[in-house]
Design a protein around this ligand. Structure first.
Ligand SMILES: [Fe+2]
Ligand SMILES: [Fe+2]
Length: 183
């Protein structure tokens, strides 16, 4: 079943979004699930589907638009209501900029892994920032810097996740701070 969900998401997704965001979120979710003795399959499923709303309909409110979409996919495979509820909770709580907090270990893992994926793909974040701010490098860099700070301070709630990202967090700050001083 996981393989089939993987295929569905991969087909819906832009290649670079799949390679540089969804797959890293899946990788880190499985890693954290293993470390914390949580259910790895459930973490993988939550990770795979956490951005399905963004993939299909765009970023706005994708923590809400993704829910019916994920349900539709999971129901095709006769997944239990319990699993559907878990995945729904992963989707609705994965955004650091929104206020709904994850209550389950799986949702915590996915929200942490979502942030961890950003630390691996800073050049792509810059590209997203440039698009968002009409090619203003100042605004894009500021946006990336603040996003990484928000991830570090708000989304990385699992100590093991923070520990894994410490080196990258410091490196990113070191890299962006000279520009930030001028902004
Ligand atoms: Fe998202
Ligand atoms: Fe995401």
């Amino acid at each position: 079943m996981i393989e089939k969900v993987r295929e569905i998401v991969k087909n819906e997704c832009k290649d670079e979004d799949w390679k540089f965001h969804i797959l890293p979120v899946v990788k880190y979710s499985k890693m954290l699930a293993k470390k914390l003795n949580a259910n790895e399959e459930l973490a993988e499923l939550g990770a795979m589907l956490h951005d399905i709303g963004r993939i299909k309909f765009g970023p706005e409110n994708h923590e809400i638009t993704g829910i019916p979409e994920a349900k539709k996919i999971l129901k095709k495979f006769g997944v239990s209501q319990k699993v559907i509820d878990e995945v729904k909770h992963c989707i609705e709580t994965h955004r650091g900029s929104k206020n709904k907090k994850p209550r389950t270990i799986t949702a915590k893992i996915v929200a942490n892994a979502d942030a961890m994926a950003h630390f691996d793909n800073v050049p792509m974040l810059v590209q997203i920032g440039l698009k968002k701010y009409d090619n203003s490098i100042e605004k894009a860099v500021k946006w990336v810097y603040e996003k990484i700070e928000r991830d570090w301070n708000k989304k990385l709630t699992i100590p093991e996740a923070k520990e894994m990202m410490m080196g990258k967090y410091k490196a990113i700050k070191l890299l962006l701070e000279p520009m930030m001083k001028e902004i």
